[in-house]
Design a protein. Structure first.
Length: 458
């Protein structure tokens, strides 16, 4: 492959999305729509890669710079041809092919672009066009061919005659074009169309009128869906999800019903993991081997081997070590660390807390800002009172402590190794190792009192 530059067009508003958010920033499987296109371009290791930004330029530029690409401002956006012109200065010393992509076509695969590049070089064409045949071509620019089969020009749907609209071969918005010709041709493009825009597509007609060689390369319709509306976004999301799930199946991950599992493109999963319907794995999540997950959401978390996550759990920025059992109905919040073989059960919320190896918090608890050792039993209804309305305080529970049900630990406080806390206790001062702590009042039984009250009430 010869040296190549890339330009991604992402300045448009995306009016048809009816959104406050610029179209290319819409999230899709853990990245923005534009993020997918930038990931593709980066995987091709081009010498120079630019993104034309305009609408919500600040936010889009930030994303572009973070990805290591260079933003170019188009202000105001006056069409796709005008967008590409913004790269003229940056590419003035460059000669060779320029790959042009739309920021709203996130399903394109690396293999497709590599094939397109290879075909383009072999054809020694001035302009290469990736096209596709669609049963329903509405919304796309139609590829008009001459009688001899050669490409003649592209007509946008809004400018097309009824007959031209019946053409099923459409422009995907992916082009390869010789840099010198590209900028020379763009200087001639005029906004003589229904939208009053400078169309990049007019470059095709200019190449034809100059007698330059053109080539068309056919792509898979599923790869080149351009997102213009929410319906397109949903269609793209479904294709991407299928693709991601298939890839994990090939890597040894089981899905009970893949259509009902959502996995971001950024997630990693080990073999022999089983995912039940309703699982949603997001962000930088890493799942180990042999993990079982029922309907739950896991975001930016690390899950060790052979962990079980039962139904309706939410894990955010949490770490769960091997063989631990989570849920049902557990909430692990940022910096929850659940050590090996530990158990977090029904309606337990854990935040900024380490739950030591083999320790259990099985029912109805809040554990926040705590360090809990190994072999600890946290009784039902235990609460670490970590907040006084202004500041947060730490609770330390050493190994082998038994905390009875309905205990409150008013932080800062620590419980020494092997201590026992009686049910219903409110701990306000440190408990020494091996001690028993009880804070409730002694029980007294008054014989017959209830019976007498009932008789009086009658
Ligand atoms: C464009 C093509 C059409 C093709 C379709 C494929 C033109 C004139 N039409 O139409 O032939 O079938 O893509 O999906 O090129 N953009 C800018 N600056 C602008 C205008 C647009 O950067 O001034 C960007 C947009 O952000 C978007 C891309 O260019 O990422 C395409 O623009 P869009 O308005 O979606 O073009 P389509 O009507 O889809
Ligand atoms: Ca589009």
């Amino acid at each position: 492959m010869s040296v190549c530059a890339a330009i991604i067009l992402a300045a448009g508003k995306g009016t048809r999305m009816k959104s406050r958010l610029a179209k290319v920033l819409h999230p899709l499987a853990g990245r923005s729509m534009l993020g997918h296109v930038m990931t593709l371009v980066k995987s091709l290791a081009f010498e120079k890669a630019f993104v034309v930004v305009g609408h919500q330029a600040e936010a889009v530029s930030k994303l572009v710079s973070e990805a290591g690409l260079s933003p170019l401002l188009q202000d105001p956006p006056r069409g796709t041809g005008d967008a590409v012109l913004q790269a003229k200065e940056a590419l003035k010393d460059f000669s060779g092919p320029v790959l042009i992509l739309n920021g709203d076509t996130p399903l394109l695969r690396k293999e497709t672009i590599e094939q397109f590049l290879a075909d383009y070089e072999e054809a020694e064409a001035a302009v290469g066009l990736l096209t596709v045949f669609l049963e329903n071509p509405s919304g796309y620019g139609r590829v008009l061919r001459r009688k001899d089969g050669g490409i003649d020009r592209i007509v946008e749907e809004k400018d097309a005659t009824a007959e031209q609209r019946t053409v099923k071969e459409v422009n995907t918005g992916v082009y390869l074009c010789d840099a010198d010709f590209l900028f020379r041709a763009l200087a001639q493009v005029q906004p003589n169309n229904k939208q009053g825009e400078y169309y990049l597509t007019d470059v095709i007609g200019i190449a034809v009128s100059e007698g330059l060689p053109l080539m068309g390369c056919e792509a898979d319709p599923k790869e080149v869906i351009g997102v213009n509306s929410r319906a397109d976004l949903a269609a793209v999301s479904a294709v991407l999800s299928q693709r991601i799930n298939k890839q994990w199946m090939a890597e040894g991950v089981s899905f009970i019903d893949p259509a009902r599992v959502q996995i971001d493109a950024t997630v990693k999963i080990g073999a022999d993991t089983v995912l039940y319907p309703g699982v949603c794995l997001q962000g930088e999540t890493e799942i180990g081997e042999g993990v079982t997950i029922y309907a739950s959401r896991v975001l930016d978390s690390k899950i060790g081997d052979d962990v079980m996550i039962k139904d309706h759990c939410v894990l955010e920025k949490a770490v769960v070590e091997s063989q631990a059992v989570i849920g049902p109905f557990a909430h692990l919040r940022p910096d929850a660390v659940i050590r090996k073989k530990a158990k977090v059960g029904n309606f337990v919320e854990v935040k900024k807390t380490v739950l030591g190896e083999g320790s259990k918090a099985s029912h109805l608890s809040y554990l926040g800002d705590a360090t809990i050792g190994a072999g600890v039993n946290i009784g039902a209804g235990t609460i670490t009172c970590n907040y006084d309305g202004k500041n947060k305080f730490q609770t330390i529970i050493e190994d082998d402590v038994f905390i009875g049900s309905d205990t409150q630990l008013v932080a800062p406080v620590s419980v020494g190794k092997g201590a026992l806390i009686a049910a219903g206790t409110t701990i306000t001062k440190d408990v020494p190792a091996d001690a028993l702590a009880v804070s409730r009042t002694k029980q007294s039984n008054i014989a017959g009192w209830a019976k007498k009250k009932r008789a009086k009430d009658l």
